[in-house]
Write a protein that binds this ligand. Sequence first.
Ligand code: PMP
Ligand code: GLN
Length: 395
Amino acid sequence: MPNAIFSSLPTTVFEEMSGLARANGAVNLGQGFPDDPGPEAVRAKAADAVLNGYNQYPPMAGLPELRQAVANHYGRTQELDLDWASEVTVTSGATEALAASFLALIEPGDEVIVFQPFYDAYPPLIRRAGGVPKLVRLEPPHWRFTREMLEAAFTPRTRLVVLNNPINPTGVVLPDEDLALLAEFCVTHDAVAVCDEVWEQVVFDGRRHRPLIAFPGMRERTVKIGSAGKMFGLTGWKVGFLCAAPALTHSLARAHQFLTFTTPPNLQAAVAWGLENAADWFRDMPAGLQRSRDRLADGLRREGFAVLPSQGTYFLNVDLPGSGIVEGDRDFCLRAVKEAGVAAIPVSAFYEAHPVTTIARLCFSKGDATLDEGVARLAKARDLSIRASRSTTPA
Ligand code: PMP
Ligand code: GLN
């Protein structure tokens, strides 16, 4: 019999909604990916490495040039002091880095704190590694956790905390005081933080990403995960990084060697080049996305939608009741993609217990025409939804 943890799961909401978008010829503001091809110089390096470079197994921990480039990049941008040889491992995307972290660091029965809404891969991977997810439920509009919530979640069995920051799907970039509070709990409870920081380069309005590993007491107890897919807007590349103190890295690398062992060397070479040569990209890319965020938010507000703030990531959220929509988020998103030709992601898909069902996530890493068409179609979806609920509500 197949394992129940995975066989009981539906297909991920991203695949489901992109499939429906394709089937219905919809504007896809669901799954998070840019619709431009990404930095040409980085892609040219990859093409050159395929044709003229080495295409056999690279070293298990990653190409030294990429591991050095990762350490240098985080030194420049986040003032971290990572030793590339003992503290950086290249993985096949952040997803593999997460799986390796859970396999390497969880003992059966360990409790793992996870904040809802979560990136959907976390709980099944944690359970399959023998962990017990302890869910902390966050709510709109601010999505913040408090000391009381952490006190209720941490127990003597807490082994790991999974923190996604900047946060998908909420678009929140956590303030220093929240990071310091979580660090305090990790230190007091001797827990390790697995920090999914794939969106670290995608922060707006002059913000700077602050890694939890830099907070007092966290240097030896944090696994920092990054993804070139998000850094360069090349989501299909699946080149990720695991950064952690040597003792943690030793275990993480043992898990990685039996998950994928390596990651395509030509993509690694191109990412290494990009990290060392793309200062302009890291300035211009967030600025462009911020303009797209504002275009989508302004368009939605003009149509009467209630838009929540987005401080980072490719995403902004719409409050459905505040926009006049009484339908639940999943029903509204299914109606939008099938009847109005626009895909969005229901935020309830990022909860396992007591879901928030009033928010739809929209991806704004798209060209202006796509965003404008998306707004028009969302307005149509809202009108259809309002009409449908009127006709089913008894007078
Ligand atoms: N974590 C989060 C929070 C994400 O949003 C994503 C994908 N967008 C991932 C992990 C997966 O990253 P990758 O494609 O590098 O596996
Ligand atoms: N991270 C992307 C998103 O949130 C999708 C990842 C995936 O398709 N699994 O939209």
